[in-house]
Design a protein around this ligand. Sequence first.
Ligand SMILES: [Zn+2]
Length: 268
Amino acid sequence: MSKMLLVRLFIILMILLILPAGCGKGVVAPEAPGGMNGQIENKPEAAEKSPVTALPERKGLPVLKSTVIYVVDGDTIHVRLENGRKEKVRFIGVDTPESTRTIEPYGKEAAIYTRKELSDKTIYLEIDVAQRDKYGRLLAYVWLMPPRDSSKTEVRKVMFNAALLLVGMAQVMTVPPNVKYADMFIEFQKEAREAEKGLWGIIKVPAPASVFNKANTETKYIGNSNSKKFHRPNCQWAQKIAPRNRVEFGKREEAIKTGYQPCKTCKP
Ligand SMILES: [Zn+2]
């Protein structure tokens, strides 16, 4: 995370903390039914809407209020929209490991996570440019509360697609033209990978290539010409190799034949 970003986040945080305290008793609105309106009463647009109906129809970030009726797997659910229509929904921008037809590492965990977090919940669907995929599924960003805006702070806090990436239950899968949050998603994935969250933690043990080659199809193994060790591309040690010492191998045998030893952390 860049310094500028940290400074900006800090300023936003300070404003949120100071505003409610700074205004007189008369200005603080009574707690809204949603429970989340207290801190945004000072914004001009907050005045013109009633807390019950207007939140989902905020200008700039329209969402469809719906209820989760079934969780298929980590990134697919069934919902009932407010008009009563049922829809199958595929989350935009993320891909959880398989848990239905075939079982991939972390597939079950991802399905359990989504089931636990979303079953029977009221959610708010945001649609991007393409509404449906070729299977007719609705493509959506799933908000757990009506989003105030599309800022990174809000996405990180309230969007379930982002949560899946942040806890390491999904990888980024960008399918144009639905790219509204693609850059943030890549950042969140990087964060989870560096902290070895969820599926990123099992990179330490040998795993079927299918889970990881989606993110790393171009390179198979990374060697260090100085230490004569070689790694999986996602290994933390592989990422720390100085460019002048970095060697790439297409096959494991190739590295061994050249005299390189497998890393003890990522066990390539
Ligand atoms: Zn390694």
